[in-house]
Design a protein around this ligand. Structure first.
Ligand code: 0R9
Length: 642
């Protein structure tokens, strides 16, 4: 403290204690110190610029990942106020960066702070968790700057020159003694900024990654807002109507919704509250679903599409093939659920419901051909649901007659405690054999899959129940599928996909992930799905323990390490594993199944969404995007086994 020769008053001491608390328990403020927490720092700063855009003063935000993982965010808003704050007696800008939970309280209230949600902790937390941070402000014709280290003010805000225009620039280096890694993932940030641009009509967001020789860049700006979002999500799907349905209502709780139906069988509704993706849904989603069901049933009755004797269409029939984005702004959002991404405010249900009731019924009356196309699909979904129910009953009856209800190919484990049990879904009979011999039977079950898998893109639930490849998976997991899936009934805490590291393996992985995403989504949301990572190479030498390498980079690293110990490449035997089947049971256990030594990758919703996108592209009806994808990605195909 003496170093900077500051005089600390009571207020300032409190400030320092506040930021010290953030450094002691970072997880409490940003969720975790993993890569997720690291990305969160960037979102916090960008969100401040988005708030300024929502207030109507900012049109552009630029983000740069500089060399050395320094983040630089610039906006062209009014600039953070620079005058002395009456309460803290320091500049408002310094206050925002050093007082926990400052921000809205100190002005700058756009009404619905995007940062007021998930963690909503603001600039001071980013400052506290950074090795250094530098803030530059253009305001009232002047250029101002201040500088911090680990949250402490090193250079107070001072005018360093003149400036044209207004805006704020924040550069910071996250603290590597706090975060597990500082390696930002460009793709993750890019995806989030695209999402923000869709949600904030007209705002331009750019991102540039300067860490590589050839920088990666992207620019997002959508005048169409949510309409563009839905068109983006449906770009590879066959649409039932050309223009998305768009409804918007201002008021105490502003609501904006875009809907477009496709010929697919899946339901994709994305919901946001103050720009935060509410993965677990909540009251806004509830209101939306209730209204959809009511409006379409009413329309079908009024237009004699549903006859008196017919029963009502169910919600799931009406949502088959839907792609929708629901975005609401709530002043004091309550977040619930396991990951705090479920909106709890009960007043939102009614607001969304009545607004959709009115706007959607008007739309359908004015667009009868769209109404007809959607309802035809809903009715065929309802017939398929009935067929699925019959197929399911048949499966139930059949299996209750057999001695064991579990699939014949499944080598089950002896424990019946789902928390410790895991099932490996293994591609191919020979790998399945090795896995059965190599496993720990107490808690590891093996389910081999073989042959060509069903294309879930082109099948409804009735076909899936009867399918001899997927049915064993459904029965083994033990919790049903679709709307009947019950996560409390799962028989294994870990469902592990173990496939070869080649094109066929990638295919089966994508297929299973898509299946889980569409028919057992809670299994992914709950973190129960994993990918096994078999090694790609084995290095061996007499008198030395075998070394397994899981990637090409890993192999190079091991070669270099061994060279430092005087062992040359020529002295080493290199085996490249083409498939799991080449490993004997002991090797498979040691490299891929032993919980002490294996690498398991937990599948996230992001992975599943990606798999679903790729799947739709590769298996769906639209030919042109598929050709483009294959042409664009052909150069990345390595180790193609023909
Ligand atoms: C690069 C990231 N951008 C920011 O962090 C940022 C914060 C910010 C801001 C205001 C304008 N632009 C900003 N960019 C602002 C200005 C005024 C009122 N409210 C907000 C104004 O001119 O009156 N602020 C966010 C919080 C605060 N400013 C405040 F608390 F200091 F007022």
């Amino acid at each position: 403290m003496e170093k900077y020769n500051h005089k600390y008053g009571a207020e300032q001491i409190q400030v320092l204690e506040g930021l010290e608390a953030v450094r002691k328990r970072p997880g409490m403020y940003i969720g975790s110190t993993s890569i997720r927490g690291l990305h969160h720092l960037v979102y916090e700063i960008v969100d401040n610029g988005v708030d300024e855009a929502l207030a109507g003063y900012c049109t552009e935000i630029n983000v740069i990942i500089e060399k050395g993982n320094v983040i630089c965010v610039t906006d062209n808003g009014r600039g953070i106020p620079v005058e002395i704050h009456p309460k803290t007696k320091i500049s408002t800008a310094e206050t925002v960066y050093t007082v926990l939970h400052a921000g809205g309280k100190f002005g700058g209230d756009s009404g619905y702070k995007v940062s007021g949600g998930l963690h909503g902790v603001g600039a001071s937390v980013v400052n506290a968790l950074s090795t250094w941070a530098e803030v530059t402000i253009k305001r009232d014709g002047g250029l101002y700057q201040m500088y911090f280290e680990k949250g402490k003010t090193v250079k107070k805000l001072e005018k360093i020159g003149k400036a044209e225009g207004t805006g704020t620039k924040v550069r910071f280096l996250a603290d590597d003694t706090i975060f597990e890694s500082l390696n930002y993932e460009y793709e993750v940030l890019e995806k989030r900024f695209r999402e923000i641009a869709f949600l904030t009509k007209g705002l331009k967001i750019t991102i540039e990654d300067q860490r590589e020789e050839t920088p990666k860049k992207a620019e997002f700006c959508y005048e169409g807002g949510l309409i563009s979002f839905v068109e983006f999500l449906n770009k590879n799907k066959e649409k039932l109507h050309k223009q998305p349905i768009y409804i918007e209502k201002a008021g105490e709780i502003p609501v904006e919704i875009a809907i477009q139906y496709t010929s697919s069988y899946s339901e994709n509704i994305y919901t946001f509250v103050n720009n935060i993706n509410t993965i677990e849904g909540g009251t806004h989603l509830e209101g939306f679903k209730r209204s959809l069901t009511k409006v379409f049933n009413d329309y079908a009755r009024n237009h004699n599409i549903l006859k008196e004797k017919d029963s009502n269409l169910q919600g799931e029939d009406i949502r088959e093939g839907i792609t929708a984005v629901v975005s609401v702004k709530v002043k004091e959002p309550q977040f619930e659920g396991q990951t705090k991404t479920k909106l709890g405010n009960s007043e939102v249900t009614g607001v969304v419901q009545s607004m959709v009731n009115e706007a959607l019924s008007t739309f359908l009356e004015e667009n009868p051909s769209v109404a007809k196309a959607i309802l035809e699909k809903c009715i065929s979904a309802s017939r398929a649901r009935e067929a699925a129910r019959k197929a399911r009953e048949l499966v139930r009856k059949k299996s209750s007659l057999e001695t064991s209800t579990l699939p014949g190919k499944l080598a089950d484990c002896s424990s019946k405690n789902p928390e410790e049990c895991e099932v490996y879904i293994v591609e191919g009979d020979s790998a399945g054999g090795s896995a059965k011999q190599g496993r720990d039977r107490k808690f590891q079950a093996i389910l081999p899959l073989w042959g060509k898998m069903l294309n879930v893109e082109k099948a409804r639930a009735d076909k899936i129940y009867g399918n001899d490849k997927l049915n064993p998976v459904i029965v083994a997991v033990g919790a049903g599928i679709g709307s009947e899936f019950d996560i409390t009934k799962i028989r294994y805490g870990k469902v592990i996909i173990m496939a070869d590291a080649d094109v066929d393996g990638a295919h089966i992985r994508t297929l299973l992930l898509t299946f889980f995403f569409r028919y057992m989504r809670p299994l992914i949301e709950n973190g129960n799905v994993y990918l096994a990572q078999p090694p790609l190479y084995k290095l061996s030498k007499k008198g030395m323990e075998d070394i397994y390498c899981y990637t090409d980079e890993d192999l190079e690293k091991k070669y270099k390490e061994l060279e430092e110990k005087g062992i040359t490449r020529e002295q080493l035997g290199l085996q490249r594993y083409k498939g799991l089947g080449e490993m004997n049971p002991e090797q498979l256990w040691e490299t891929t199944m032993n919980p002490e030594t294996r690498i398991l990758v937990k599948v996230t919703m992001d992975d599943a969404i990606k798999a679903d996108e790729i799947f739709t592209l590769l298996m769906g009806d639209e030919v042109e995007p598929r050709r483009e994808f294959i042409q664009a990605n052909a150069k990345y195909v390595k180790n193609l086994d023909i």
